[in-house]
Design a protein around this ligand. Sequence first.
Ligand code: MN
Length: 435
Amino acid sequence: MTLLNDTNDPALKSWVASANEVGCDFPIQNLPFGVFRRAGSDEAYRGGVAIGDQILDLSAAVAGGLLSSAAAKACEEPTLNTLMSLGRPAWSDLRAQLSAVLREGGRQETGAACLVPMADAEMTVPAKIGDYTDFYSSINHATNVGKMFRPDNPLLPNYKYVPIAYHGRSSSIRISGTPTKRPMGQLKAPDAEMPVFAACKRLDYETELGVYVGPGTALGTTVPLEKAEDHIFGMCILNDWSSRDIQTWEYQPLGPFLAKNFSSTISPWVVTLEALAPYRQEVYSRPDSDPAPLPYLTSKDHEASGGLDIRLDVAVATEAMRKNGLAPQTIGTPEFKNMYWTIFQMFTHHTSNGCDFNPGDFYGTGTISGTGADECGSILEVCKGGKAPIDFPGGETRTFLEDGDEVIMRAWCEAESKPRIGFGDCRSLITPANG
Ligand code: MN
């Protein structure tokens, strides 16, 4: 099932003029949810919807009589967890109301008074994220990284059967714009006898998408693949910051720990599955020599529409580049459609042992990488583990990230005769380690 209705009509226009500009991330077909307040104010954080370069303040819209559903009222809260808990019929109804209010010929007179310019707003993490899991669903990333860590055995035999993941740490998830402090940790150079405790020297980004869970599940219950999308509210960009030197020394035998949980940066707007409906497509086509997924992870419907055509761009701006007015340099443009596992398979697999979910729980897809050198989702892959430095304008080079570097991720969907929708930015500046 794809969730396509008249809110996705590419011909729709908004009375908010900036929403109709070519290349705008937030046209009326998108309508992503976030949590904001006026920057520098002590206002309560509350729900809003991005439209062009404006935010529709949902509390003001309820107070002004533009919206009246339980779903709209849930957006008066400082997190979207209640909205997420309500489920797709409530979300669809609210989306239809929002589209009617914001489209040309809609409720401009009352609606205009409920707009806050994005430039005047500060965003926050839009949900109380109880639990966070990070998957590893790009076979290209898994193979590229596996080659570095285990040259003779890059892809472990479980990869084509199991959507691999580890349990992450929700406490350190931060909103775009929050700096990321270089972590301290145990590092051991390959030729050193002993580890040292020092600032990470191999700091990396991971270009991912994040998924917000809607209605929860009870302990002991499983969610079949065909029902997985009922539990998915929407998606954002995720930078799963990674310290490769801490990781190398600590990851065996129990997996990632302090190499990953010092910071994870998310973009503020949650793009709903309904907004993404025009970009549902066939799942990644496995080579004939690969095993078919086990029966609980596959179905005809899912094969036809479990994939998502989302493009990404990761760029870096060094401190010197910013000082000299140079634009960030793109160093990777991966595509989500190449992922080996879909967001639905990830969810169904996660519940397959009876593990329960709460509204607002979150999971990352894993670093998104393609097969091409320009489609890498981490600098580890771009620079081949530090062996192939990248040149930046102004004469600087990088193998891993330096203090003062800003990493900027963008994601969007675009295809002929479909509405272009974007996710906005996910950005964070690296600041020096303690001491
Ligand atoms: Mn990751």
